[in-house]
Design a protein around this ligand. Structure first.
Ligand code: IPE
Ligand code: IPE
Ligand code: MG
Length: 248
C-alpha cells in the first residue's frame, strides 16, 4: 500500500489511536430514496477505506463505533439487518485483515449480540490474535456509561472481598477495570454526519482527545476525509492543562 502523497504528514505526530463515530448511513440512503439498510451496506466501503488509511499512516489503534447499546431501541428489522451485515462483513474481510496484519478486538456487551455474531467475532479475534500492525477495536453493543458502571461493579466487588482498599482506587485502577483497559486513550475522535455529540461513546477515555466533526455522511467518507482529519489533528496544540509556553 502506498502512502498518500498529496498531504504532508508530520511522521512524529501520527495519532496512536483514532476512534470514529460512523454516523449518517440512514440519512445517506434516504437522500437517495432508498431504505436505511442501503446506507449501512454502503458504509462497509468506508470502513474498509479507513482501516487501510490507518495502516498506511501507521496508526496503531482504530476504534469503530458500530452499534451502541441505545441502538437496540431501533426497529427489530433494522437491528437484524445490521447484525447479518456484521457477520457477512467479518467473513468477507478475514483475508484482507490477515494480509494487512490487523488484530481485531472488541469492546461492549457482546453477550447481547445474536449467537452467530458472537461466534464470528470470537473466530476473527482468535485468528487475528498474532497480528500486530494495527489493532482494530469494534465497539458493539457498547456504551460509555455501561462500561464505567461495569468497571465500578468489579471494583466494588474487589473491595467487598477484601483484595482492594478503597483508598487505593485511582485512575489506573478504574482504567484497568474497563473494557478498554489494554488500549491507550484515543488521540483523535472523528464523528461524521454533522452531529456534534458523543452519543455515549468512550466517555472516560476521551477526556483529552482532540475532536473532529465533519458533515460528511459515513457512506461518503473516503481516505481523503480521513487524511484531512489527521492533518487537522496535527495542527492542534495538545496542552493537557499546561500553558502554550510549557509545550514549546
Ligand atoms: C450510523 O448511521 C450507523 C449506526 C448507528 C449503526 P445511522 O444509522 O445512525 O444513520 P442516521 O444517523 O440515521 O443517518
Ligand atoms: C451513534 O450513532 C452510534 C453509532 C455510530 C454506532 P447514533 O446515530 O445511534 O447516535 P444518536 O442516537 O443519533 O446520537
Ligand atoms: Mg445516526
Amino acid at each position: 500500500m502506498e502512502k498518500p502523497n498529496t498531504y504532508s504528514f508530520d511522521s512524529n505526530r501520527i495519532p496512536q489511536h483514532v476512534a470514529i463515530i460512523m454516523d449518517g448511513n440512514g440519512r445517506w440512503a434516504r437522500q437517495k430514496g432508498h431504505i436505511r439498510l442501503f446506507g449501512h451496506r454502503n458504509g462497509v466501503r468506508a470502513v474498509r477505506d479507513v482501516i487501510e488509511s490507518a495502516v498506511e499512516l501507521g496508526v496503531k489503534y482504530l476504534t469503530l463505533y458500530a452499534f451502541s447499546i441505545e441502538n437496540w431501541r431501533r426497529p427489530q428489522k433494522e437491528i437484524n439487518a445490521l447484525m447479518a451485515l456484521l457477520v457477512s462483513t467479518i467473513e468477507d474481510e478475514l483475508p484482507t485483515l490477515m494480509k494487512n496484519e490487523i488484530h481485531v478486538s472488541t469492546i461492549g456487551n457482546l453477550l447481547q449480540l445474536p449467537i452467530k455474531c458472537q461466534q464470528s467475532l470470537e473466530k476473527i479475534k482468535r485468528l487475528t490474535d498474532n497480528n500486530n500492525k494495527l489493532t482494530l477495536i469494534l465497539a458493539l453493543s457498547y456504551s460509555g456509561r455501561w462500561d464505567i458502571l461495569e468497571a465500578v461493579k468489579k471494583i466494588a466487588s474487589d473491595v467487598k472481598i477484601g483484595i482492594l482498599d478503597p483508598l487505593d482506587i485511582d485512575e489506573t485502577v478504574l482504567n484497568g477495570a474497563m473494557n478498554t483497559a489494554q488500549f491507550p486513550d484515543p488521540d483523535l475522535l472523528i464523528r461524521t454526519s454533522g452531529e456534534q455529540r458523543i452519543s455515549n461513546f468512550l466517555l472516560w477515555e476521551i477526556a483529552y482527545s482532540e475532536i473532529y466533526f465533519t458533515p460528511v455522511l459515513w457512506p461518503d467518507f473516503t481516505k481523503d476525509d480521513f487524511y484531512k482529519a489527521v492533518i487537522d489533528y496535527q495542527g492542534r496544540e495538545r496542552r493537557f492543562g499546561k500553558t502554550s509556553e510549557q509545550i514549546t
